[in-house]
Design a protein around this ligand. Structure first.
Ligand SMILES: Nc1ncnc2c1ncn2[C@@H]1O[C@H](COP(=O)(O)OP(=O)(O)OP(=O)(O)O)[C@@H](O)[C@H]1O
Ligand SMILES: [Mg+2]
Length: 318
């Protein structure tokens, strides 16, 4: 837990947006700003403190960008012996400098349990990405073996769709030898992280990886890995008992803020964006820190060094 006065002191020292046109072509995600230096085949990814829900940016939360960035960089560092990744360096706690890659047009999703969209398809008797699940599964049940259910990587604003290994190769989306390589890396990464998470009372339920080809032709993991935005985590201790009672597993905190918006503000994405009280922001920080510490097994060390935007610029030498 962070000291409450530290969080309160930083409530207005957050990154909502950051304009750095000198860094190259700009692409804005919901929470991250990407700047692409095409000439040098590099990309700067800045994790801001934006908090989004129902596809809307609601507010900013101190340390959220640092927490998100450091969850991902923690895992990239820990797994680089399993699969090379896009990181060049980490100039600031909120920032990574990466190799700009040609991204492969598929997202690799591994599932060790059936839930979410796979469960919805299974209920309708459908296979998922060419995978037929065994008969008689219940929602949230562990699968006999983890499976990869790839999807296409849709253009902005469109939905990713499940696609089978065979179709990916037949359509020439990814060459077979490259696909075989990323399939192995996907499984190895998943296995490594789920063993690690199990020691921290977490179940790594499913997660997503993206791969790309660097300018030098190397296939590397890109984007972010094992963050709450790219993975689903359940609390391990309570899983079995709840599953046997037919109850939903305890989810590593993601729902708290959405539930608060629905219950207290009757907000589900439409209408004016509600004001978020300081107490709720403080609670969000504490919960996000707790997630960080469970996912990484490390203490979170908040960086407070003057104005956060000025610090980022200084660390990027601009
Ligand atoms: N090293 C890289 N080379 C090329 N593209 C990359 C690299 N790393 C990430 N990307 C791509 O950049 C984009 C990152 O965008 P970002 O995560 O900020 O927003 P988004 O994925 O469009 O939306 P969301 O906010 O929902 O995540 C993704 O399309 C990702 O595939
Ligand atoms: Mg993204």
């Amino acid at each position: 837990m962070l000291d409450e006065s530290l969080i309160r002191d930083q409530l207005h020292n957050t990154v909502h947006e950051i304009k750095l046109p000198q860094l190259g072509k700009h692409y804005r995600g919901k929470v991250r700003e990407n700047f692409i230096d095409e000439e040098n085949h590099q990309r700067i990814i800045i994790s801001t403190d934006r908090l989004s829900a129902f596809d809307k940016v609601i507010t900013t939360i101190p340390f959220k960008g640092q927490l998100l960035n450091q969850m991902s960089t923690f895992w990239f560092e820990k797994t680089k012996h399993i699969a090379p990744n896009h990181i060049i360096d980490i100039p600031d706690p909120n920032v990574v400098r990466v190799h700009e890659c040609q991204s492969l047009p598929v997202e690799m999703i591994v599932r060790a349990y059936i839930t979410g969209s796979a469960w919805r398809a299974y209920q309708k008797g459908e296979s998922v990405s060419g995978i037929t699940f065994p008969a008689g599964l219940k929602n949230y049940q562990k699968l006999p073996e983890p499976v990869i259910t790839p999807t296409t990587k849709a253009e902005v604003g469109e939905h990713d769709l499940p696609i089978s290994r065979e179709e990916i190769i037949a359509k020439g989306l990814v060459e077979e030898d490259v696909y075989t390589d990323i399939e192995k890396k996907t499984m190895d990464l998943f296995k490594f992280a789920s063993d690690y998470c199990a020691q921290n009372n977490l179940i790594l339920v499913d997660c997503k990886f993206e791969f790309g080809k660097t300018h030098d032709g190397e296939i590397v993991v890109i984007d972010e890995i094992f963050t709450p935005d790219a993975s689903r985590f359940w609390i391990k201790d309570s899983y079995q008992e709840r599953f046997e009672k037919g109850e939903k597993p305890e989810i590593l905190d993601k729902e708290f803020f959405r539930q608060w918006l629905i219950k207290e503000k009757n907000f589900m994405g439409d209408g004016p964006i509600p004001e978020i009280p300081d107490d709720i922001k403080v609670e969000f920080v504490n919960r996000y820190v707790q997630s960080f510490e469970m996912i990484t097994g490390q203490d979170f060390v908040p960086v407070v060094e003057g104005n956060v935007i000025e610090r980022i610029k200084k660390n990027l030498k601009i």
